[in-house]
Design a binder for this molecule. Sequence first.
Ligand code: GLA
Ligand code: ZN
Length: 668
Amino acid sequence: MVIFMSRYFGVDYYPEHWPRERWEEDARLMEKMGIGLVRMAEFAWAQLEPAAGVYDFDWLDEAIAILARHNIRTILGTPTAAPPAWLIQMYPESLPMDKSGVRQSFGGRHHCCHSNPALRRRVRLLVTAMAKHYGHCKDVIGWQIDNELGNSHDELCFCPSCTDAFQTWLTNKYGDIQTLNAAWGTAFWSQKYDDFSQIPAPMLNVTAHNPSLLLDWRRFCSDLIVHFQHAQAEILREHCHDQFLTHNMMGYADKVNYFHLARDLDFVSQDQYPYYQEDGKTFRNMENLSSALELIRGTKQKNFWVMEQQAGPAGWQCFGPTPAPGQLYLWTCHSIAHGADTVLWFRWRTCTFGTEQYWHGILPHNGTPGRRYRELQRAISDLTPVMEKIQGLGSGAEAAILYSYDQNGALKIQPCHPSLEYRQQVQILYGGLYRRNVMVDFIPESVDFTSYKLLIAPLLTLVTPELCDRLKDYVHEGGTLLLTARSGVHDETGKCISDGDLPHGLSSLCGLIVEDYSTIYDGPVSINWTDRGIFHGSYFCDRIVPDGCRTLACYDNGPFAQTPALTMNTFGKGCVFYLGTFLEQTGSDILAEILLAASGVESVGDAPDGVELCMRIGPDGDYIFVLNHTKHTVPYTPPADWTPLLHAESGLAPYGVHIYLRPHDVSF
Ligand code: GLA
Ligand code: ZN
């Protein structure tokens, strides 16, 4: 029998959940399936350090060795997301404190305060011991630091240690207390501070905290987590020279600024669950999942791994539907199409105990290979030759979305309208491009965006003069920019800007003044888009007074009926569009069409509804993924010059995937 091992596919494996006698059989079944990688130990603190300072690595050594004999290499997680009971008993103050000052209890995971000195010391000792022990182990190829940092907390921690750390963070940022008072506007409600030691963590109080304090608190909490990871990264870098560092991120999760978290890592990883149940909601929307992958790719502007790819029905108390035949295969291809260079499925075998006994793995509870095993075995053997060719190949995107954790944070603190959400607006604008099969990069404000033909900056609420200048230069040199309502409202501390006109710093670029604005509560306003139809604007609308720009569409009703809703201004060699409201799907589709025409950005190709086209560009051609997200057979015939690489039969099977190579134009 030919055994097809792949170094691009793996599983998350928990030997500590199974008797030792089973490990050999697991390794054999993995090898037979083609699995070449496992991630282990990311929650095994209690097994690796059963008592303070007593380390037991024997069992893990044995598991690594068994897997290695079956040609499977290991990624080790540092188990710091699950501090054991002895540690909590020794240092009860390392439990996180909630907003009302109550300590959370032991018994989930991430039940720790990330600034607590005792916890930090224990983490340092454990990670050092692991790094020394495994740093030279040839079967260990890399490390995942902690697990989903920023998960499991509604808020982080409000304990005295975190409050101290916040005050120190503020001291470093502002230098002296007068500067902070001015930056936050503490003249309001007598909130002037005489000393940094008076500044509270934003715990439960009788009314709302100062939004500038809340914004800095969000930044501080993110930095705290970034530092928690950094402390481990330093140790691992010191002892583990040929092993990579990564972390498993959670798409749009927003407690940690992933652009910052990514800096200490060789590459980032994503946990990708297309279809699961949580809090009574079933999550499933391929468009959102696509954009989450663009964001993950954007955190380092390079390809990533999927460290946990859904492998079965998923949920804790309730669980989502069983993925239909072909869906696990499709979702794997979907991650790869968006830039995953390696995929590990979560998890190998479904656990028989604990919170996740319904979060199904490849193998069912009884450990017998079944449909999921066979489907993913086929995925490994089909996709490995493609993976070989596309390692490191990028998206070739000509369009980008400026994504910002600060803008998201500011809007969460003061959304203006209760339904106005940053992430949702990002996705609506992304959706227009997605449905036209346009590749999009998500980039932070700090990177050079001049190489993109089209730049979308949703809800650019906080601005600095420097950012405004860069946007002007970008358009001046030929870029196409989209700005929306609520642009240029605040400075970076969250205070409203008062000199000049809205959108502050951007009004001359847009060729307009926002003279007035209104929230919208009585249903959306209609927008009359000359010869394109009527669309809807929600939540908010600006009263735009043109000052050189051209009006593309006007409100038909609402508080500012017959005034501009969408404008375009030419500026230097480029142009800027300003949207004075927030669109729904159809409106965003039309807007996308206009933006693509203005910028010259091209789509990957045409596809029927429910079919996504995605590409990765290589030196000799573009690798095109055709992904049928529907449960129906869909007719699909590619252009004649595309070379089929995978499943090129005419028509796409339900949840089917085709892969093609489209040659680059060769010009002589
Ligand atoms: C996350 C975690 C895993 C597991 C799965 C399923 O992605 O990283 O440890 O908990 O969710 O809940
Ligand atoms: Zn704390």
